[in-house]
Design a protein around this ligand. Sequence first.
Ligand SMILES: N[C@@H](CCC(=O)N[C@@H](CS)C(=O)NCC(=O)O)C(=O)O
Length: 206
Amino acid sequence: MNTIKLYGTPLSGHCHRVSMLLDMLQLSYEYIESAGARQTPEFLKLNPLGQVPVLTDGDLVLCDSNAILVYLVKRYAADSAWLSADTVEAAHIQRWLSIAAGEVRYGPASARMTSLWKLKGEVDIELASAIAAKLLRVMNAHLADRNWLATAQPTIADLACYSYIAHASEGRISLEPYPAVRAWLKRVEGLPQFRPMPTSVVPSAS
Ligand SMILES: N[C@@H](CCC(=O)N[C@@H](CS)C(=O)NCC(=O)O)C(=O)O
C-alpha cells in the first residue's frame, strides 16, 4: 500500500476534517506540519494556492479538503456509508460539502481567523457573524428531527462541517441558542476514533 502523507497544521479545521476521516478509516499516514512552509517553492509545487491540507498517496497529489474526503472514501472505503451511491443521498452530501466550503468557511471559520490571528481589516467580522448566525439557525432547524446532516448515517458532510462549528466560540460565536447543533456536535464526537482539534485561547477583546 502507498504511504499517505498529510500536509497540514493543527489549528486548521480544513486539515482537521481530513485527519478525522483518516483516523476513522484507521488509515496510517505521515503528518507533515506545514504552517510555515506554505509559500516555499517545494510546497507551491504541491499546491500552487499555497493552502493546506494537501494529501499525497504515492504519486497522487490532492489539494482541497473536501476533494480529499471524497478521494479517501472512494479509494479506501467505497462500500461504506461515508458517501452514498444513491443519487439523492449523494446530492444531499454534496450540498453540505458546498456549505462547508461556503457558509462554514465565510461564517464561523472567518470569525475565528479574525480572533485567533487578529486579522483586522482582512475579514469583515460583522459579515462573518451574520453568515454564521444564518447558517446556525438553518442547521439547528435542519437537525431538529435528524441525527446527521445529509443521510441517516454519518457522512463526510458531517466531518466537513464539524470542525469550525465546534470551534465557533473561538470566533466569539456562541452555540448556546442552537441545541440541535450542539447535540449533533456531541454525536460526531462520539464516533469511533474521533480526535478533537486543539483548542486555542482567544485573545481578550481590545
Ligand atoms: N478550499 C481549501 C481551503 C483551504 C484553506 O483555506 N486552508 C488555509 C488553512 S485553514 C490555508 O492554508 N490558508 C493559507 C492561504 O490561503 O494562503 C480546502 O478546502 O482545503
